[in-house]
Design a protein around this ligand. Structure first.
Ligand SMILES: Nc1ncnc2c1ncn2[C@@H]1O[C@H](COP(=O)(O)OP(=O)(O)O)[C@@H](O)[C@H]1O
Ligand SMILES: [Mg+2]
Length: 241
């Protein structure tokens, strides 16, 4: 089957006095229905890869293909959820979500995420976890084919984080393809159907494997611990230069 998202020999150079090669010769394919977690050390090019997939950046060389077509700009069908929620402070929760799709759909998504009672609240009235949920609702209101997630759960308390992880898994089970960037192995192991481990910049793929473990993931099962060890071994490549 043709992949939903494909990066073929992608290079991304940020020009300047000290030009940075953020991504070099990268080849990644994501199939429809996968939940792919990309694990990589800070600065290896993860955000750049997601911005390329989202159409917010363009490759210096190579191709980014989505649904068989070259990516030419941002689309509601492949929203990027940033590290911080980035809500419009002057709009209510409902207006923030409706800014990305039809109002009726915004109401429906807020309802399905248990956010209806906050529809009239402003971003500064929300907790960090609640703001992330609104950002997730905003990403979903455009009925995306893929959700691009840039460490969207960083800096959240564990219970809030677990709640959002469960929310993401629920969306995924309903058919949404997910590409999540993280630097936390636990998060990848709890969520992903496939994990890719990247090396420091310029990122090479150190490990790429299916995670055929049932959900919810049992952190104490032998299979989980074996997979975790395997990936930790690959992550030793993060400290080599
Ligand atoms: N707009 C930009 N201009 C110049 N350099 C950039 C830009 N965006 C990212 N970089 C550089 O590209 C490299 C990869 O960055 P990034 O994709 O943000 O990594 P990560 O998300 O894995 O931490 C870093 O060295 C970063 O400084
Ligand atoms: Mg980043």
């Amino acid at each position: 089957m043709a992949p939903l998202l494909q990066m073929a020999n992608v290079h991304k150079v940020f020009p300047g006095r000290s030009a940075v090669t953020a991504v070099k010769n990268l080849n990644i394919s994501v199939q429809q229905g996968e939940f792919v977690a990309i694990l990589g050390p800070s600065g290896c090019g993860k955000t750049t890869m997601l911005r390329l997939a989202a159409g917010l950046e363009f490759p210096t060389q190579g191709q980014v293909i989505f649904g068989g077509q070259p990516v030419q700009g941002p689309r509601r069908s492949r929203p990027l959820m940033f590290q911080e929620p980035r809500l419009f402070p002057w709009l209510t929760v409902e207006q923030n979500v409706a800014a990305a799709g039809p109002k009726e759909m915004a109401r429906r998504v807020l309802g399905s995420m248990g956010l209806t009672e906050f529809a009239g609240s402003y971003p500064h009235e929300l907790s960090g976890g609640m703001a992330r949920r609104v950002a997730l609702a905003r990403a979903l209101v455009g009925q995306p084919d893929i959700l691009l997630l840039d460490e969207p759960l960083s800096n959240l308390d564990l219970p809030v984080r677990r709640g959002l992880q469960a929310e993401l898994l629920r969306m995924w089970r309903q058919g949404l393809t997910c590409l999540l960037v993280t630097h936390e192995l636990e998060e990848a192991l709890v969520l992903a159907s496939r994990i890719l481990v990247l090396s420091p910049r310029p990122a090479k793929i150190l490990w790429d494997g299916q995670i055929p473990l049932p959900y919810p993931r049992d952190r104490r099962s032998d299979a989980y611990l074996r997979t975790k060890q395997d990936i930790q071994k690959a992550m030793e490549g993060w400290s080599e230069s």
